[in-house]
Every structure is written in structure tokens, then in C-alpha cells.
Write a protein of this length. Structure first.
Length: 415
């Protein structure tokens, strides 16, 4: 790991400090259908086989392969239909040589059958097929269109591993495997606090010197996207006492994490720094990145993690993705805590900050394999409008002086 210039920390050094302080949250048992977006604390194992029984993959006829192995349009084979098996039945009719059972997709296959002939390969199909059927095409081999018991999973097999997120696909697989309850990590509880006497509530009339608080809504969505629970959203003036008061409120609400935006730089009105600097709990650092150079992080006596992010919206988005989101996922025991990266080709040129790693809001074309800035206004951390078009962050190393068309660029995908 290379050291950052000018006494600044590298991104990796700052992230390591954050993750060293993270502790996994307690686990709890939940009904599988009430565990969406949670992270498994232990493997979820199959209670039964998938499929549960041999069943038909087609609407057609369950047959003995030997009876129909020579069937063709010129020499059809006629079988006597002795049973009808719609979905949901438990019947297991005996099939003597020369006999078949009409069967629907998903119905249990008779023990005596070793192939399914689709309706399309018979004369008459569904019509008048309850007494006899003429097979016009032989199955390719024995076992065709029979789904065998346990072909997907066997009882006791892991369906979803510890550290994995329970999304729609994982929940469906768990239910199919007979899993009723799972052990999952509790969702982190997060307080979001915007600092700044200039901030207006969303929708308030704008006046000179005041700006809408876009950081609060931004962080609410980002926190929810990291499968955490927002327990407090607040805006406070540039006063250290206001920061201390809202911190106490967040701790009283059981917040595991407090995320402040603004008030962490070295200016004259920096309320987060004023509230915590010198107290020993929260550390203020300069990180070799753009945007997001000023960062604060620490752990309160209550165990609550405190993040202090810069105040500009792009800085907030970048800092969240680089530091806060990995911490929230690590608290949940997530196996993968970082966004996926792709290597794409720049199809536009842009400038980079000297000596700092750049995280540039970007538009990507994964089909063409290209990346370009999301805004023509450059990489300023105040350019919130460009976030509406951003699908990713282009990551440019500190030693790169400029990006040229055709350069290969690592890209953090956020959509």
C-alpha cells in the first residue's frame, strides 16, 4: 500500500480503521417470508429434496420407454390409458406393458413409468385421450421429461450460505426447500444528520444564501439500499451544542451508526469538529481522495459508530460508498461488502486532481464497454445535478494526471 502525499491517509488506510471498529450485530430467528433483505447468520439447509418426487416436465403421457421406443408417424404405437394425473394428486397407478397415464406438468410420475411423451407427439393430443393414445414419435431415450427427485437439492444441502443476502431468488429457493425459519443479522439502525445553518427542508422556498438539504434524502436512500434502518433524520445549525444534542437523541433511539454531513473541515463554522474534536472518540483525518478529503470517524462510549462526511452532495455519495456502506454490510455479516468493479474504456477525456484518487460520477455503457463523466461540469463535489445521471463512479489512481479517450478505467458500479 503506497502512502498518500502530504501526510494524508490513503483510502485503504481510512477504510481499515473503519472496518477494524465494526462488530457484527446480533442474530435473530425470523420466518423466511419476513427475512427479506436480511443477511444470513448461519447456513440455511434444505429440509427436503427438490424436487420432492419424480414428476413430469411436460403435459403428456407417462409411459414405459420400451413400449414406445420404435414409435413413429408411419408406425404409431397405441397404448391403453389407465389413469389421469392432474397436478396435486398423490396417486401412483401401476402401469402394465402397453399402458400409459395421462399426466400434467408437475404431477408425480408413476413409479412404473420411465419417460414422458408430450401431447404434441401423439395423435389427438388432449382430445379423446382418456381411453387410448397413439404415440407418433418415440422419446429420445429413457428418462426423457422426467424430473428426478433430488436432482436440484437433497435434504441437508445448503440452500443459502451464511453471509448471503436474502433476496427474492434466495427466499424462493429456501421456501421450495421447506425452510420455514432462518437465523439472520439484525438490520443496523442509522441516524442521518445534515449540518448547516444554510439548509432548507426539501420543498421550502429558496432564498439567497440558503440551499435545499439534498444530503438528508440522499443518505436516507443510500442507507435503505444498504439494508439498514433509518431511525432518525435531522438537520441542525452550525452549532456544536446542536450536534451534541442530536447525538444524544440518536443514541437514545438505539442508533448503531450516526452519519453527519458537513461540519468536518477546518473552517470557522464546523459543528461536528467543534462537538467531537479533542474528545478522543472521533478522529478527524485528511484522506487522499477527491471528492471526500475531510473525513471523521469514531466510536462513542455507547458503541455507536460516528461518521463525519463532507457537506457537498457528491462528496457525501462517494464517502458513503467508500466508507459507510462497507461498514453497514460488515455489521450485517455480509460476505461481500464492496460494490462490483468493471474495467471500461474512457470515451471522453477529463482532468484529475493532482495527487489524489478521483471518484468521478459516471455514465457507463456495459454493452460497448465505455465510461464517461455524468456531467460536463467537471468533477466538482457540489455538482449534485450530475448524480441524477450517474450509474457508477470512475476510479482514477492518484498518480494519473489526466484521462484520455481510450484509457482503461476501473469503475465502481452503483446501479
Amino acid at each position: 500500500m503506497s502512502a498518500a502525499p502530504g501526510g494524508r491517509r490513503t483510502v485503504e488506510e481510512q477504510l481499515a480503521r473503519v472496518l477494524d471498529a465494526v462488530r457484527p450485530l446480533p442474530s435473530e430467528t425470523r420466518a423466511i417470508r419476513d427475512a427479506s433483505a436480511r443477511t444470513l447468520a448461519a447456513d440455511a439447509t434444505a429440509a427436503h429434496d427438490i424436487p420432492l418426487f419424480d414428476n413430469s416436465a411436460m403435459d403428456g403421457f407417462a409411459v414405459r420407454y420400451a413400449d414406445v421406443a420404435t414409435a413413429s408417424a408411419d408406425a404409431p404405437v397405441t397404448l391403453r390409458v389407465v389413469a389421469d394425473l392432474p397436478a396435486g394428486v398423490s396417486d401412483d397407478p401401476a402401469l402394465a406393458p402397453g399402458e400409459a397415464a395421462r399426466i400434467m406438468t408437475g404431477s408425480p410420475a408413476p413409479t412404473d413409468a420411465d419417460a414422458i411423451v408430450p401431447f404434441e407427439d401423439t395423435a389427438g393430443g388432449l382430445a379423446d385421450s382418456l381411453s387410448e393414445v397413439r404415440v407418433l414419435r418415440a422419446p429420445a431415450k429413457a428418462g426423457v421429461f422426467v424430473r428426478r427427485r433430488g436432482a436440484d437439492l437433497s435434504a441437508g444441502d445448503p440452500v443459502v450460505r451464511a453471509g448471503e443476502r436474502l433476496g427474492a431468488f434466495q427466499i424462493a429457493a429456501a421456501v421450495a426447500a421447506g425452510i420455514a425459519e432462518v437465523a439472520v443479522r439484525r438490520a443496523p439502525r442509522v441516524a442521518v444528520v445534515s449540518t448547516g445553518s444554510e439548509l432548507l427542508a426539501p420543498g421550502d422556498a429558496v432564498v439567497r444564501g440558503r440551499i435545499p438539504d439534498s444530503n438528508g434524502p440522499l443518505l436516507e436512500q443510500l442507507v435503505a439500499g444498504a439494508d439498514a434502518e433509518v431511525v432518525l433524520v435531522a438537520r441542525v445549525a452550525d452549532e456544536a451544542d446542536a450536534v451534541r444534542a442530536v447525538t444524544a437523541d440518536a443514541v437514545a433511539l438505539g442508533a448503531d451508526v450516526i452519519v453527519f454531513t458537513g461540519g468536518v473541515s477546518a473552517g470557522a463554522y464546523e459543528p461536528v469538529r467543534g462537538a467531537f474534536d479533542g474528545g478522543g472518540e472521533v478522529e478527524f483525518a485528511s484522506v487522499s481522495m477527491q471528492p471526500g478529503k475531510p473525513q471523521a470517524f469514531g466510536v462513542l462510549d455507547s458503541g455507536t459508530l460516528v461518521f463525519g462526511l463532507p457537506g457537498n452532495p457528491v462528496s457525501v455519495a462517494v464517502s458513503f460508498e467508500v466508507f459507510v456502506r462497507p461498514a453497514l454490510l460488515a455489521m450485517q455479516g455480509r460476505a461481500a461488502i464492496h460494490r462490483p468493479l468493471a474495467s471500461l474504456t474512457a470515451d471522453a477525456a477529463w482532468t484529475t486532481p493532482p495527487g489524489r484518487r478521483q471518484y468521478l460520477p459516471a455514465v457507463v455503457d456495459l454493452v460497448a464497454g465505455t465510461v464517461r463523466p455524468a456531467t460536463a461540469g467537471g468533477s466538482g463535489s457540489h455538482l449534485a445535478g450530475g448524480l441524477a445521471r450517474a450509474q457508477a463512479f470512475a476510479i482514477v489512481p492518484a498518480e494519473v494526471e489526466a484521462v484520455a479517450v481510450g484509457d482503461r478505467i476501473d469503475v465502481m458500479l452503483v446501479e
